[in-house]
Ligand binder design. Sequence first.
Ligand code: KG4
Ligand code: ZN
Length: 345
Amino acid sequence: MYDIKSFKIKENPVILGLESSCDETAAAVIRGNKLLSSEIISSATEQAKYGGVVPEIASRAHTEAVDEVVALALEKAGVTAREIDAVAVTYGAGLLGALLVGLSFAKSLAYTLDIPLIAVNHIRGHMAAAYLVDNDLKPPFITLLASGGHTAVLHTESYTKSQVLGGTLDDAAGEAFDKVARVLGLPYPGGVNVERLAEQGRDCIQFPSAKVRNSDGLKFSYSGLKTAVINYCHNAEQKGINLNAADVANSFQRAAVEPLVAGAVRCARECGIKTVSAGGGVVANGYLRARLKAECEKAGIKLVLPEKKFCTDNAAMIAAEGLIQYRAGNFAPLDINAKAQIPLA
Ligand code: KG4
Ligand code: ZN
C-alpha cells in the first residue's frame, strides 16, 4: 500500500521535476543539487496564432507532450524511471486543465514506483531557480520575483519560509509587458518582443514609474503605466502622428524595470542582507538583468541571477524546489488536487 510516512530520506536523491502550469510541458532530472537534464516542449507557436494562451489548447498540448518530454529528460540524464527517488510537480498556480495533466502523470508515477510525490507551488519554483546557479546559496537572501502573474520582493528567511516585503497593487510586471506588446502589435509571447523592439529605440518618453511607496511598505503599480502607454499609442493614432514604437518600448521598459531593481536593492539594504536573487519570466529581460547587476555591484550586494532559460517556465526550478521539500520531508498525498491560485506567502 502507498504510504507517505514510509519513505526514507536519501542524501542525494534523484528527483524528476514536472511542470505544466501554462504553455510549456517541461521535465527535468536532478541528483542532489546537480542538474542532469531540463527539457521543454512548448505550445507557444500554436498559442501565438490566437495572440495568447488558450487554456484548452494548452491542456491538449500537455497531454500530447508529457510522455515524450519525460522520456527525453530521463534519457538526457542517463537515468531510468526505476532510479527516480521522488517526483516533484507543479500543482498550482496556473491553468487548471493544464496543471491536471502534469499532476495526474506525477501521481501515477509516484504510485507505480512507490516513491514520494512532492507538490510544488509554481512561484516557489521560480524562487528556487536561484539554487540552480549557485549550489552554495543559503538563506537569508532577498528575492525579486517578476513573472506574468506575480511581482514581489521577498525575504527568503529559510529554505521553506519567505516573507513578502512588497508587491504589486494591481497588474504584474509581465502582464504589463504583454499588454504593451499587444498595443504595439507585437506577437505573443509579448515580453521578449518588447525587449527586442526596445533595443532599437531610445528612452525619450516620460511614462509614469511603476513604483508607489506607501507608509506601509514597498508597493508597485503597473496599471497606471500600462494605461499611459495605451493612451499614448491611441492618441498618436487618432492624431495621425507616426508612432515610434521602438521608443515607446524602450521608455516603457525603463519605467517598468527601474522600480523593481530599486525595490530589491532597497529591501536588501533595509534588511541588512547582502545577497539578492531573482526569478520569473521578466527576469529574462536583458535590461533588467544589466540594471540589477549594476545596482547590486554599486551597493556591494552579491547577485544570484538564474540563467534566462531558468527564469521563464521550466522544470529544473520545480525539481530544485522539490529537493528543498524532499529534505524537509514534505510529501503530498495522492489525492492532492491542482489549484488555480495559491497565495504568495
Ligand atoms: O514566469 P513566466 O514564464 O510565467 C509565469 O509564471 O507567469 O513569466 C511569463 C511572463 C510573461 O508576462 C512574459 O511576457 C514575461 O514573463 N517575459 C518577459 C521576457 N520574457 C518573458 N518580460 C520582459 N522581457 C523578457 N525578455
Ligand atoms: Zn512561471
